[in-house]
Design a protein around this ligand. Structure first.
Ligand SMILES: [Zn+2]
Length: 384
């Protein structure tokens, strides 16, 4: 038996165990086709043996159904350990840089919070493999079911794990309307392409499930009046054109999403606006000032960087943009041209923060452009 015959014999055998022939050939909307089954489908199409071909197609269908049921099948990745940053609050800190193969694309935080009757998760994780790995770790800390999941913004690190959670039975995924639209129509394909370049295995079973997100515009209070109450608030633009934070009254926790950066330098990317960021940040502070039962002890989970508090968060994010604005305004007043900006916008006080060297000029250029033209660039590339 040559190896090809052997393979087909094995799969004919495996497929023969399936009794129901499954309809095939129509890929579901935006399905990311599994490479393993694609090869078998091609093989089946070339066969002159319709019975064997049908068996192989049955096998691929079963394989894909199984993958979907599990959301991801593969190794548990060595992502950072879960930190219990407060009772019932399980936090994994993303790498303080952009997504790479070395950090499995995990460059933002994922957090799970035990509420009265289930778990609320903030952000899906940056791909199905990361979502699965987080889920595996989480199950060692808690047996509660995951019931609600919120997506913070337009970016892949907020969205790309979504199909994993849906596949394993989490159906309440919340996203602000414009962010969900963006992701559904433009963001997903681009993100898949990007991750494929450095880690195709991380996203192999991924699908675009944004059409099943629960959408809201300004604010949505989940489970109001119960011990499961969560406030989702679109505080406005900034890092991406809308930014969803979450506030949990019973735990006195604020999730800032990417309005809040601690440790690493915040980044102004395509679609970012520093002036909107400042305004949205102020709205966020107003919101918790009104709603927090104990502002001094508010636990703040930023989009990037470790767990923090409101004073530190303000210093490291809001004050940075105020300082940056000042530096760029001075350069403009002195008549510095755009191409000469690098020599005038160094900010030594911030030099030790991760991503400073990669972002200080880019951020300054973004502020410069916004101040001189009033324009903000297209969010399609907002994903670093
Ligand atoms: Zn981010």
């Amino acid at each position: 038996m040559n190896s090809l015959t052997k393979t087909s014999a094995i799969f004919a055998l495996a497929a023969g165990l399936l009794t129901t022939p499954l309809a095939y050939g129509q890929a579901s909307n935006n399905a990311y086709e599994d490479e393993w089954s694609r090869a078998f489908k091609q093989y089946a199409a070339q066969l002159n043996d319709p019975v064997l071909a049908q068996s192989i197609l049955n096998y691929t269908a079963q394989h894909e159904r199984l993958l979907q049921q599990h959301g991801y099948i593969g190794r548990v990745l060595p992502i950072p350990a879960i930190e219990a940053v407060a009772p019932g609050v399980f936090f994994v800190k993303g790498a303080l840089m952009w997504g790479t193969l070395e950090n499995f694309g995990l460059n933002n935080n994922i957090t799970a919070v035990e509420l009265e009757s289930g778990i609320f998760v903030y952000n899906t994780g940056s791909n199905p493999a990361v979502a699965y790995s987080f889920h595996q770790k989480l199950q060692r800390h808690t047996a509660m079911p995951i019931k609600w999941l919120a997506i913070e913004n337009y970016q892949s690190h907020a969205n790309l794990g979504a199909s994993y959670w849906m596949d394993v039975g989490v159906h309440n995924l919340y996203s602000e309307q414009a962010a969900a639209d963006f992701w559904q129509v433009r963001g997903f394909d681009r993100a898949v392409q990007r991750v494929s370049e450095y880690g195709p295995l991380l996203i192999q079973p991924v699908r675009n499930v944004a059409d099943r997100y629960t959408r809201f515009e300004d604010r949505l209070v989940i489970n109001e009046g119960t011990g499961d109450e969560v406030h989702l608030v679109n505080f406005g633009g900034g890092h991406t054109p809308t930014m969803t934070g979450a506030f949990i009254p019973s735990k006195n926790i604020l999730f800032t999403g990417d309005l809040g950066f601690v440790e690493r330098l915040p980044g102004l990317l395509h679609g970012s606006s520093y002036s909107e960021w400042l305004q949205s940040f102020e709205r966020m502070v107003d919101y918790v000032t009104t709603h927090s039962p104990d502002l001094d002890n508010l636990l703040v989970i930023p989009g990037h960087g470790g767990a923090s508090n409101l004073t530190e968060l303000t210093r490291q994010t809001y004050d940075y943009f105020k300082d940056l604005e000042e530096v760029v305004k001075q350069a403009i007043e002195q008549g510095v041209a755009r191409q000469d900006l690098a020599r005038h916008v160094e900010m030594p006080a911030y030099r030790d923060r991760p991503m400073y060297s990669q972002l200080f000029l880019r951020n300054a250029l973004s502020v410069f452009d916004e101040l001189t033209t009033g324009q903000v660039s297209d969010p399609l590339l907002a994903d670093e």
